[in-house]
Design a binder for this molecule. Structure first.
Ligand code: ADP
Length: 189
């Protein structure tokens, strides 16, 4: 049987627990997942492209191992459908949060289908506690010195804090709870 290859495109500025939940779900459907990190300079990203790619690579290594699939992370700056063709994807994975996502995705899907009818769009929803997480809001909270530890991995949260600390934002010295790689809090001793 042909290998099932999926492409999950996005800006990932930066990767959140919402993205990670979608990636975990996508690995159940695929043999190989390509995560396409869009340049999207127009969005004025907090993290430059190379840092966004590095953060995604760091975060997905354990997921690939756990799921027994391969995941590659690649930057792209061409039309999504052309990139999907280039990487040999039969599926494009998107996450759906709310009605607002649906509206945008609905339009994009119709346009993409006109460009290539053989590539299927697959929409996944994150689990309950991850559904509302958006990179934009995580950055907004961090820009005001708020606690972002519930929305990203400890590694990504630290990198976000570094960016805003450099801009003069002060973070309260919160309690740091060590997390296991899969995001589960360790049991109390
Ligand atoms: P974009 O700029 O294309 O929206 P993002 O990095 O914001 O890129 O998101 C990439 C994909 O991940 C999109 O399909 C988006 O809807 C999805 N996504 C992001 N956060 C969540 C979440 N919390 N739950 C479900 N899907 C999500």
């Amino acid at each position: 049987m042909a290998k099932r290859i999926g492409l999950y495109p996005g800006t990932f500025d930066p990767i959140t627990n919402g993205h990670l939940d979608i990636i975990r779900r996508a690995t159940k459907l695929l043999d190989h997942l390509v995560i396409g990190v869009a340049i999207n300079e127009g969005k004025g990203p907090l993290f430059p492209l190379d840092e966004r790619v590095e953060l995604v690579r760091h975060e997905v290594a354990a997921i690939a191992k756990e799921a027994g699939v391969t995941i590659s992370v690649e930057p792209f700056d061409i039309l999504l459908m052309h990139f999907a063709e280039k990487v040999g994807a039969q599926f494009i994975i998107r996450g759906l949060r709310a009605v607002s996502d649906f509206d945008y995705e609905f339009q994009m899907t119709s346009m993409n289908m006109a460009l290539n009818r053989d590539i299927e769009m697959v929409f996944l929803m994150a689990g309950g506690k991850y559904q509302a997480i958006a990179s934009r809001l995580v950055k907004e909270i961090a820009s005001l010195g708020g606690d972002i530890s519930h929305f990203t991995s400890p590694y990504v949260a630290e990198r976000i804090r570094e960016k805003f600390t450099a801009q003069g934002v002060k973070f309260a010295p919160g309690k740091v709870v060590p997390m296991k790689r899969n995001g589960a809090k360790p049991k109390p001793k």
